[in-house]
Write a protein that binds this ligand. Structure first.
Ligand SMILES: C[S@@+](CC[C@H](N)C(=O)[O-])C[C@H]1O[C@@H](n2cnc3c(N)ncnc32)[C@H](O)[C@@H]1O
Length: 345
């Protein structure tokens, strides 16, 4: 929870449409973002618009996890997601949200402010601990927000009344009827979906989006950073090899536009924003904190490619050297955000 205090200073700007961050921080501080706490009150939740299919679980009760080396992971053999889903990872994902909001100056790119003000139905696909979903729910009270995730990592009960969650693998089934949503947001699924999963998920997302509705996908280019030195390059390209070995796309950020077109969406618009990694200002330092933690979290699968990284100390030293090199070289991560529409006919 250390990051909450450092972020308080950095992210102190408050305007109506970016958020009231204090509520969420307080909620997270109280550790309300764990499934075990929320299960106790599950009868009190207010359904906004329940999903149709009973194969999926919209409650955390009965949800299974698996544990490895002291970390908690999902236990669904059909889900390719690599990262843990415990409280430490939830903290990292929360922090990542504030950094992105600060660097990108917005929570979304699609031209939807007026529609959100009037009231629309929104899906946050792969919502994780739901920082974006919560913030959007608070900022746009006339709209309804549905978060979907393969893991039970979202708060079930302490949430705005216009926010609802469901557990489901988006590559298998999104448990809502055709043409349900006006807007679909999906961010940072790059360590979660194989090539086939991306295709299936986009098919499902197309199905549940209304004609004329907007979809927005956002991912960083994990392989190639601007001004990348040899130390960081080895880490990034090992990450690429690791993803390829799992049939996951290693540069999905650069493919968002073409994947959307292939899935049938039209009127696509792509924006690429360089984000500072460990240099120049506080946002750069905090993004490195986030990347560093994410690198450490993927060590078990990185060590399958570089065996000497089996040793946590050796790996941690390597990651630290990457941070110093990124600082010296002023390396930047390229952040890709692409929105598009479902054709009206
Ligand atoms: C890095 S987190 C990002 C969370 C959120 N989108 C954000 O930007 O803050 C990725 C999330 O995707 C979820 N995920 C991965 N594969 C998935 C799948 N096949 N179906 C649904 N959710 C998935 C993970 O459980 C995790 O919570």
């Amino acid at each position: 929870m250390v990051f909450f205090s450092s972020l308080k200073n950095l992210f102190s700007r408050k305007d109506k449409k970016t958020l009231n961050t204090s509520n969420l921080r307080n909620i997270a501080k109280k550790k309300a973002l764990t499934c075990s706490d929320s299960q106790q009150n599950s009868k009190n939740s207010t359904a906004v618009n329940s999903p149709v299919n009973s194969v999926t679980n919209n409650s955390c009760s009965g949800y299974n996890f698996q544990f490895k080396d002291g970390r908690r992971y999902h236990a669904d053999s059909d889900v390719a997601y690599i990262l843990p889903n415990d409280d430490d990872e939830a903290d990292r994902v929360h922090q990542q949200h504030w950094i992105l909001q600060y660097a990108l100056k917005s929570n979304f790119q699609a031209p939807l402010s007026d529609a959100l003000e009037k009231g629309i139905t929104v899906l946050d696909s792969g919502c994780g601990p739901a920082t974006w979903t919560f913030e959007m729910g608070e900022a746009w009270p006339n709209s309804t927000f549905h978060g979907i995730d393969a893991s039970c990592v979202f708060p079930e009960n302490i949430k705005p009344a216009n926010v609802e969650f469901v557990i489901s693998n988006i590559a298998k089934e999104i448990p809502y009827p055709d043409n349900t949503f006006d807007y679909i947001h999906q961010r940072l699924l790059l360590l979660g979906l194989t090539n086939d999963d991306w295709e299936n998920a986009l098919k499902e997302l197309f199905r549940v989006l209304k004609p004329g509705g907007y979809i927005e996908l956002a991912e960083p280019d994990l392989q190639d950073l601007e001004n990348m030195g040899p130390i960081l390059r080895k880490l990034q390209y090992t990450m690429s090899d690791m993803l390829k070995s799992r049939n996951m796309p290693n540069k999905v950020a650069c493919e968002l536009e073409s994947r959307l077109i292939k899935a049938g969406f039209v009127n696509q618009k792509l924006k690429i924003t360089p984000l500072k990694l460990n240099h120049t200002d506080k946002a750069g330092t905090l993004l490195w904190d986030d990347y560093r933690q994410a690198y450490l979290n993927v060590r078990p699968v990185m060590a399958m490619i570089v065996p000497e990284w089996e040793d946590p100390e050796v790996y941690e030293q390597y990651v630290t050297a990457c941070g110093l090199e990124a600082e010296k070289n002023k390396s930047n991560v390229n952040w890709y955000s692409c929105y598009a529409q479902k054709p009206t006919q």
